[in-house]
Design a protein around this ligand. Structure first.
Ligand code: ZN
Length: 198
C-alpha cells in the first residue's frame, strides 16, 4: 500500500514519453529519497519552465523569449524557412548545424484517421510568412510517413501561388522515419541533398 500522494506522482510520471508504470514508480522513489539534490531542483526547474517557456509567435519553437532565439538572431538567413511537424524535429535539425535559416512548426500532420485537417495546423501562418519579400525558399522537412508526405504535398499546393522555391528533404530517409530518431549525419545529408518540388 502506498499513499495517494505517491500514487498521484507515479501516475503523472507514467504519462511521460518513455516511462512505463514500472519506471515511473522507480523515478518517483528516486526523487522522494533524494529530496534536496533531485526533487527540490526539479520542482524549481518545472516551475520556471512552466512560467517562462512559450511557443514562439513567429515559428512555433519553444523558448523563454518571443520571438524565439532563432527568429530573433540577425545572423540567421531570412531567405529560407524549414517546415517541420513538431519542435522535436526543429531541435533535431539544429543539432546537425547544417541549416542556417529559420523554421516553421506545423504542430502536427494532416491525418484523415485522427481527424486532423489543415485548420488544425499552422499552415495559414506559413503561407503568410512565405509571402514576405525576403523569403525565397521553403524546405518541407516533414517525415517520410504517409501523413508526412500527404502534408508536404498539401503545403506545397497551398504555397504554389507564393513566389518561393519549394524543396523537400532528400529521399534515403527511412520510410516511416521520424526526424528526431535519425542520426545527425543522415539528417544533415537529407537536408543538403534536398530536392526541388516547385
Ligand atoms: Zn521562432
Amino acid at each position: 500500500m502506498t499513499s495517494p500522494a505517491i500514487e498521484r506522482l507515479v501516475g503523472h510520471l507514467g504519462k511521460l514519453p518513455g516511462l512505463g508504470p514500472r519506471s515511473a514508480r522507480r523515478a518517483a522513489l528516486h526523487l522522494l529519497e533524494r529530496r534536496e539534490s533531485h526533487l527540490e531542483p526539479l520542482l524549481v526547474a518545472l516551475r520556471t519552465a512552466a512560467e517562462s517557456v512559450r511557443a514562439c509567435s513567429v515559428c512555433g519553437n519553444l523558448d523563454a523569449q518571443d520571438p524565439c532565439a532563432i527568429c530573433a538572431d540577425p545572423e540567421r538567413d531570412r531567405a529560407a524557412i524549414c517546415v517541420v511537424e513538431q519542435v522535436a524535429d526543429l531541435w533535431a535539425l539544429e543539432r546537425t548545424l547544417m541549416f542556417r535559416g529559420r523554421y516553421h512548426v506545423l504542430g502536427g500532420l494532416l491525418s484523415a484517421l485522427d481527424g486532423i485537417g489543415p485548420e488544425d495546423l499552422a499552415i495559414a501562418a506559413l503561407v503568410a510568412r512565405a509571402g514576405a519579400p525576403e523569403v525565397s525558399e521553403i524546405i518541407l522537412a516533414t517525415s517520410a510517413t504517409v501523413d508526412g508526405q500527404t502534408t508536404a504535398h498539401y503545403v506545397a499546393d497551398r504555397l504554389a501561388e507564393s513566389d518561393v522555391a519549394i524543396s523537400r528533404l532528400a529521399h534515403g530517409l527511412p520510410v516511416g522515419g521520424e526526424l528526431d530518431y535519425l542520426d545527425d549525419g543522415t539528417l544533415g545529408t537529407a537536408l543538403k541533398a534536398r530536392q526541388r518540388l516547385l
